[in-house]
Design a protein around this ligand. Structure first.
Ligand code: GLN
Ligand code: ZN
Length: 762
């Protein structure tokens, strides 16, 4: 008998119930009991959704983040929140969200939130555990045991889920530079106690997640796995060691040698390792295979999966478990809530609920033969075949254009130095030119107008008039402030990816396809299902209108192909690089249309370029090659006279500076205000040749920077980059800020630039 299980379930709820319950509690609009009840209700419902599985994950439900839960379970609270006498859950939220100093001056005086970072290569963000040399651990299994009891009371075959000790240490940050591995001897006894407590509470199996095993590790960390699992081999529970998001490669023998009772392998990413893992593991060990993709929204090709799985099942018998490849946290809950989705595309999709059905079907086919599920297999085969041959998916004209991409398409006519002179003569900008990153505050009026337009309560003309008013307002404001290069303000865009996706062929949008990004924040990634083309210009009319209102240069504003790709659910029937090339050609056409319309400066945002980096460094080169290649195709078809800007929302460029330089944008604007310009060192060391706008206004904070502060930052920048190549701008777009913050902040920015020019004798 092949068993089935799952590694984790989305907790936000099909209608984002958890988000609304959390936010109501945080606002003080509803009591703690209501939040606890909402949590219990979601868990009960989600366990029912998973009732078809042999083993159901328990304990991965979280009010904010599973890594922060683990920190609390292990008693690893940041020093600043220890000794808090209130409710544990409130203390937990203090770490998760922080407490502002102003609002809490009378009580706690404010608490800094824990740092947040991306969970491996997903778009989920976790709260980084904090360590120092004195970190100690003490078990608090209350939450986990309560959820386990709750599940047992509901008759759920519960398998508690925890994060393994080595991954937990690796995810954290030692602020004092302590060797994190030195904490392992203190950590392991607490893990052993936890496993004992779970065993006593009736758990037979515990899933212990060690996704670190799909990444490159040095000997010390590899050794730590051996030490850890030897220490946890106490017999109190059976351990299912879960790896996911990639292949094990050189870590495969290590995994096979660890004393655990089961291993989960991501058989979507590491299908070619199944054989080797089975061969290397001791007789009797459970092998769990993740055969349904937990990271995308496509139906599994069940027949194809069975074809390779049947011999494996033959060999493993009841040692084989089936599951999704990873926790379903990364996909929306239920396709059934999509009433408006294009029915053809919908028939190709599977969200969490549907993915579990697939797991159950595969197990049944293995256990009872394909005949036992013949109608379901036939329906699946029909959907797979329809998608494969659909004219909606395959557009021969697009494929021909991609095939015709040549390196020449990605090359500017002249090198930067030549272009820079041509552009300087045309644009006639002062030293330290000032600009912004694109968006201006998304006011209530803007959202109301957009909402009314989407709902059909105002017509095209009324909507256009409303947006034109907003654009005019933004342009006038920038003129009054005295900025040098203006933007239209992006009033018409709800989201920098969705806006373009909605106008491209090859995209569909879900209504409820929410995926947790962090805490109560969710994103609804657009679904890239087919060959991408651009039926008509997407931004030209707005930019032309904005440009007509001023004599100052107006920047065209686009999202780049890599960012569109990385923030979408994308096709699994062709390499990501090919989808990216298609996007590149579509945005390139927009760039050329803007240029033809007289737009002299065009910005192409690549906020998410870095996010796409593979987990293994060995694969970075290949990714950067195609990603940068796609950007170049997008950007570099313009004449020397046209100035290309790009923008990136982060600041770690150390390990990718070569690729950044390779993009060959005339100007790059980046996020640097918090780092005191140290981040520019890498640009200096690399002799980065083109122009740079290092952010001098932290747009994530309501604080308004003063002129002196901006001057100080720019002077630091000028120590590293020649002033002739510097721009003055905020860190990022201003859409989340209010006009009353933005106006004085930009006034400081312009005043700072004036002062710097005067000091330079201009
Ligand atoms: N142009 C976009 C804006 O200003 C850039 C946002 C981003 O990079 N995240 O909003
Ligand atoms: Zn940004």
């Amino acid at each position: 008998m092949v068993l089935t299980h799952s590694l984790g379930y989305p907790r936000i709820g099909a209608r984002r119930e958890l988000k609304f319950a959390l936010e109501a509690y945080w606002r003080g609009d509803s009591p703690r009991e209501a939040l606890l009840e909402a949590g219990a209700g979601l868990r009960a419902r989600h366990w029912r959704d998973q009732a078809g599985l042999t083993l159901v994950p328990v304990g991965e439900f979280s009010f904010y983040d599973q890594v922060l839960d683990m920190s609390f379970t292990l008693g690893n609270l940041p020093a600043r929140v220890r000794g808090f006498h209130g409710d544990t859950l409130d203390n937990y939220f203090r770490v998760a969200r922080g407490r502002s100093a102003e609002a809490h001056a009378a009580c706690c005086g404010g608490v800094a939130a824990g740092e947040m970072t991306k969970w491996f290569d997903t778009n989920y963000h976790y709260i980084v555990p904090e360590f120092d040399a004195d970190t100690s651990f003490a078990l608090d299994a209350t939450r986990l045991l309560a959820q386990l009891r709750e599940a047992q009371a509901q008759g759920v075959a519960a398998k508690p889920v925890i994060i393994g000790p080595v991954t937990y240490l690796a995810l954290g940050k030692a602020k004092d530079g302590t060797d994190k591995l030195a904490l392992l001897p203190k950590l392991l006894p607490v893990y052993a106690q936890l496993l004992a407590a779970l065993g006593q509470a009736g758990a037979e199996w515990v899933q212990i997640d060690e996704p670190l095993l799909v990444t490159e590790q040095d000997d010390a960390w590899r050794e730590a796995f051996k030490t850890a699992y030897a220490a946890l081999d106490t017999g109190s529970v059976k351990l299912l060691l879960a790896t996911y998001f990639g292949r094990l490669l050189e870590n495969l023998p290590l995994v096979a040698a660890l004393p655990v009772q089961g291993v989960h392998l991501d058989a979507i990413n590491a299908r070619d390792e199944v054989e080797a893992l089975v061969a290397a593991c001791p007789e009797g060990r459970v092998i769990s295979l993740g055969v349904v993709n937990g990271r995308n929204i496509w139906k599994t090709d069940l027949a194809a999966t069975l074809s390779w799985l049947e011999p494996v099942a033959e060999r493993l018998g009841n040692r084989l478990w089936l599951a999704p490849s990873c926790s379903l946290l990364h996909v929306p809950v239920d396709l059934a809530s999509e009433q408006k989705l294009d029915p053809e595309v919908k028939s190709w999709l599977a969200f969490a609920v549907q993915k579990l059905d697939e797991v159950a079907l595969l197990a049944k086919a293995l256990n009872e033969g394909r005949e036992a599920v013949a109608p379901a297999l036939a329906a699946n085969a029909g959907a797979i075949a329809a998608r494969r041959s659909s004219r909606r998916v395959h557009n021969p004209a697009v494929k021909a254009l991609v095939a015709a991409i040549t390196p020449a398409l990605g090359h500017r006519h002249s090198p930067f130095a030549v272009r820079a002179e041509t552009q300087a003569a045309l644009l006639n900008l002062p030293l330290y030119p000032t600009t912004t990153i694109g968006s201006f505050p998304q006011t209530r009026e803007i959202r109301v107008a957009r909402g009314a337009f989407k709902a059909g309560t105002i017509d095209d003309a009324a909507y256009e008039a409303a947006m034109r008013r907003e654009i005019e307002h933004a342009v006038r404001a920038q003129e009054e402030l005295g900025l040098d290069v203006l933007v239209h303000g992006e009033a018409e865009r709800n989201d920098m990816v969705e806006y373009f996706g909605e106008q491209l062929e090859g995209y569909v949008f879900s209504r409820n396809g929410w995926v947790q990004s962090y805490g109560s924040r969710c994103v609804k990634p657009p679904i890239l299902f087919g060959d991408i083309s651009r039926p008509a210009p997407m931004t030209v009319a707005w930019i032309k209108y904005a440009a007509s209102l001023t004599d100052k240069p107006m920047k065209g504003m686009l999202t780049g192909p890599v960012t569109i790709l990385n923030w979408s659910f994308v096709r699994d029937d062709q390499p990501r690089s090919v989808s990216c090339q298609q996007l590149a050609l579509a945005i390139r056409a927009e760039v050329l249309d803007l240029e033809a319309a007289g737009v002299r400066i065009i910005q192409i945002d690549e906020a998410a370029l870095r996010e796409g980096l593979p987990l293994r460094r060995a694969e970075w080169r290949a990714y950067l090659d195609w990603a940068v290649g796609a950007f170049r195709v997008t950007a570099n078809g313009v004449a020397d006279e046209t100035q290309i800007h790009t923008h990136m929302c982060y600041s770690e460029f150390n390990d990718i500076i070569e690729a950044i330089a390779d993009m060959d944008a005339d100007v790059i604007t980046i996020e640097t205000s918090r780092s005191d310009m140290e981040l520019l060192d890498v640009f200096e060391d690399f002799n980065y040749p083109n122009q740079i706008g290092p952010g001098v206004y932290d747009i994530h904070s309501p604080n308004i920077p003063g002129e002196a502060q901006i001057i100080a930052l720019m002077k630091k920048a000028a120590e590293r980059i020649p002033p002739q190549r510097l721009w003055v701008n905020p860190d990022c777009g201003l859409k989340t800020r209010q006009w009353q913050e933005v106006t004085p902040a930009l006034a400081s920015l312009v005043a700072a630039a004036h002062r710097l020019r005067a000091e330079a004798g201009q």
